[in-house]
Design a protein around this ligand. Structure first.
Ligand SMILES: C[S@@+](CC[C@H](N)C(=O)[O-])C[C@H]1O[C@@H](n2cnc3c(N)ncnc32)[C@H](O)[C@@H]1O
Length: 340
């Protein structure tokens, strides 16, 4: 077993099945990785991704996943990005097969399925299928005590959109007039004004971006809905208030282009931007980040930029060399503005 500090900020060339066993238990803050996809491409050297049956592929992945669970700290998380595959025109749902097998073992909790929406997906020839444009990033935790900095995720949107901007003095004024004009009962009017005052306060304090109010008899009713939903609220108390959270409502979706890196020799890199946002969400400066399928080094490059420590494992020496150069060149050569 290695001392973890000896492995920091290094790339180990080898099979992660073996190398992971050298990493001490409970020593890593976050594993983030994109294993080879099922039957997608030949990286050479055999191994994961080249199995003939999807069940075999998933068994192999699970073996590696178990090692990842062993090496993360109780506060740690594991992020697996997997792609899907059509065989004979049939979509296999590979990522979900994997996640469901993991769920059955009850050794981790799936805390989020973060969906990457590809802004520029790779065009496909088939005219009788839509172009796949999403991939899941499954986020698992070992305990309920995992590190999670929700405000840091996509926080640049707060700066760009000014969603934290506080509402002015006039906000919501028109609704007081509408409540008075409405045919709500006196009791309903009193309650509506009370809740309107509360939500105005939230907007003025910047807790929400803005809000809308719908009043019985004045506004179109929302369609459908379940008991306790907006329709029921309008029927029972005469109004409903819809709060708009802007980016303060952190959603489990992230949009990004498919990555292109100058001089890249690797066929399947994931976007730096995605990894940046996930690492901001799940780790802090000085943390230890492990990628057992490092490829071109994206995880390590981003970890370095964010002042985290990385440990990379990659089976192919040409990718290790490429990643090492990429990390070295990136060290003094990026600006955060461009990065966002
Ligand atoms: C999908 S790619 C990862 C790409 C990476 N996320 C990036 O941005 O460059 C998967 C990588 O895993 C490597 N690999 C395959 N089997 C491996 C194994 N058993 N141990 C370590 N690396 C392996 C492949 O060579 C490939 O570079």
């Amino acid at each position: 077993m290695q001392n973890i500090t000896e492995l920091l900020n290094k790339i180990i060339c080898g099979d992660c099945n073996k190398i992971l066993q050298e990493i001490p238990a409970n020593s890593v803050d976050c594993v983030i990785t994109s294993p080879p996809y099922f039957c997608q491409r030949e990286y050479g050297g055999g191994g994961i991704g080249n199995e003939t049956k999807v069940e075999e592929y998933i068994d192999n992945l699970i073996r590696i996943f178990h090692q990842c669970v062993r090496v993360i700290k109780p506060t740690g998380t594991i992020v697996f990005n997997l792609g899907d595959k059509y065989i004979d025109g049939n979509l296999l749902l590979v990522p979900y097969r994997f996640a469901i097998e993991i769920q059955k073992e009850n050794i981790v909790k799936l805390i989020n399925e973060l969906t990457w929406v590809k802004v520029n997906p790779t065009p496909k020839q088939c005219l009788k299928k839509l172009i796949p444009a999403t991939e899941p990033f499954f986020i698992f935790s070992k305990t309920d005590d995992y590190y999670f900095n929700r405000d840091a995720f996509l926080d640049y949107k707060d700066k760009l959109c000014g969603s934290k901007k506080k509402a002015g003095n006039d906000v919501g004024k028109k609704y007081f007039e509408l409540i008075e004009k409405s045919n709500l009962s006196n009791e309903e009017k009193t309650q509506a004004k009370k809740e309107l005052n509360e939500v105005i306060m939230e907007a003025q304090q910047g807790k929400i971006e803005s809000f809308r109010m719908k009043i019985r008899g004045l506004h179109a009713l929302p369609y459908g809905g379940q008991a306790g939903g907006r329709l029921t609220q309008i029927e029972n108390k005469g109004f409903t208030i819809i709060k708009i959270y802007g980016n303060s409502m952190r959603r489990d979706v992230i949009e990004s282009n498919v990555e292109t890196i100058k001089g890249n020799i690797h066929p399947a890199i994931y976007p730096e931007f995605l990894i940046q946002e996930i690492l901001k969400l799940l780790t802090k400066e000085g943390d230890f980040i492990l990628d057992p399928f490092l490829g071109s080094g994206t995880t390590a490059v981003v970890a370095q930029r964010l002042k985290r420590n990385y440990i990379g494992i990659e089976i192919h020496s040409e990718y290790v060399n490429f990643a090492e150069n990429r990390i070295k060149q990136d060290k003094n050569n990026y600006t955060l503005d461009l990065f966002i």
